[in-house]
Design a binder for this molecule. Sequence first.
Ligand code: UDX
Length: 496
Amino acid sequence: MGHQATGAAAGLPPHVLIFPLPLHGHVNSMLKLAELLCLSHLHVTMLLSDHNHRRHADVESHFSQYSGFRIATISDGLPDDHPRVGQRSLDILTSLMRVGGEEFRRLMEATDALSGGGSRRRVSCVIMDGVLSFAVPVAKEIGIPIIYFRTVSACAFWANYSFKEVVEAGEVPLKGKDEDKYSYGSKPELDLLVTSVPGMEGYLRRRDLPGFCRVSDVNDAIFSMIATETRQTSLVDGLILNTFEDLEGPILDQIRKPIPTLYSIGPLHAHLQARLETDKKNRSLPAISLWEEDHACMAWLDTQPARSVLYVSFGSITLLSKKELLELWYGLVNSGQRFLWAMRPDSIVEGDGESFVVPAELEEGTKARGHMAGWVPQNKVLMHSSLAAFFTHSGWNSTLESITVGIPMICWPYFADQTINSRFVSEIWKIGLDMKDTCDRAIVERMVRDVMEVRKDEFFERARRTAELVKKAINEGGSSYANWNRLIEFLKSTIL
Ligand code: UDX
C-alpha cells in the first residue's frame, strides 16, 4: 500500500490530501485537522470547493505560517447563486456525488500540481469526508490509502451506519404524507424506543433518530445515500471521529466491531489549542468565518454579571420561519433572563407572509436584557465569564465547543445529526434539555428558566465535570492524544 518515494521526494514528509464536504461545519473541523497535521510536520493539501474558497480568504492567510500547506479547488457543481443553506444545503452533497468523481480523478491525476514542483512528494494518503465515497476507487487505483473523517458525533455516525437494520425493523420512515415538521411533536408513536441501533436500545426514541429518517419513503434519495455512504466506511483504511472515549466510549466500541481502525481524536478545536500551547506557538485557533465577525457583543458581555447570559445561535445552516423567530424570541424575553442572540444575516426564511414588524414588547425586552449580534466569535463567547448556557441547534461543532468549556445547553435541533446529538446531551450526558419537535414560547420560557435558574447548579456541575474529561483526553496520556500519535504513525508508514 505504501507509496514509494523516488529521487527528489525521498526524505520529504508524507503528503496528505484532505477533502471536506464543502459545508461550513465540515470545513471548519477539517481545517483543525489540517493544522494538527501541519504541526506534526506533514505536508497538507486542503481541497475546497471554488465557492468555499472564495468565501474563506482567511484560510490562506491563517495557514501562510505553514510552508507545507496548500489549497486546491474543485467545483461543487452548483451555480454560484445557489443559497446552500437550510434543507437546500444537502444539494451540495447530491451535486458532488454527481460531478465529484470526475473532478477528483482529474485532480489526483494532475499530481504535479499537488506536488509543488518537487518540494512535496505526491499525495501519499487521502483523508476524505466520509460521505464522498467516489474518492475510494480513485485512491485504490493510484494505490494510496484512504481514511474517512466523519464530522459528526459517534452516536450519529453509528445510527447512520445502522440505517439498514432500522429499515428492516420497520422503525422508519418517520413521516406520513404531507405532514409538516411540527406534527412530530404530537405523535406519541415517535416516543417508542428504537430496537435496531446496537447499544442504544434503552434510550433512543424514534424521534431522536438522525433527521435523515424524517422521510415518508425509505427510498428517499438523501436517506438512501447516507445509508449507503456510511455503510461503505468499513471498506476504507480507517475512520477518524471528532469525539473522545470518555464521552462516547460505549458507542465507539460498537463502531469498532465493523470498523476496527478507529481514531477518536477530538474535540479537535481543543486538541489543536493544546498542541499549539505545548509547541509554545502563541497562535490562536483558525477563525474561519462565513461572515465578518461582530465583536461588539464581546464588549456587551463584559458589562454583564458572571454566569448570567444565555448565548443563542443555531449555526451556519439553520433557517427560521418568522413564526419560529417570534416564538423563540417571546420565550426568551418572557423568561426574564439575559441573552445574546447571534443571528446569521441569511437565517430568516424570505417571503413567508407579510413583512416582519418586531413587536414593541420584544424590542423593549431585548433592550433591557438582551443583545442581538450577527456572526460572532463563538469560541470566545462561550469562554466568557458572563456565559451561563447555550441555546443551540446541536450541530456537532457547537456541541463540542460548549462541552469543552463546561456550558450547559438547551437544544433545538434542526436536521441531520442534530436530532440525536440533543438526545445524548439531555439523556446520556445530562448537561442540558432537549426541545426537539416543538417551537412554543411557553416551552422556551420554561426550559430557559430551568437551565438558567431552577436547575442551574445541577447542570453546571455536570457540565464542569464533562469539561474535565475533555482536558484529560487531549493532554499527554489521554485517549485523543494517544490516538493522534497512532494516526501520525500510520501516515508516516504510508511512505515507507
Ligand atoms: C452542521 C451539523 O449539524 C454538524 O453536526 C455537522 O458536523 C456539520 O453540519 P453547522 O450547522 O454548521 O453544522 O453547525 P456546527 O457543527 O455547530 O458548526 C457551526 C460552527 O460555526 C461552530 O464551529 C461555531 O463555533 C461557528 N459559529 C457559529 C461561529 O463561529 N459564529 C457564529 O455566529 C455561529
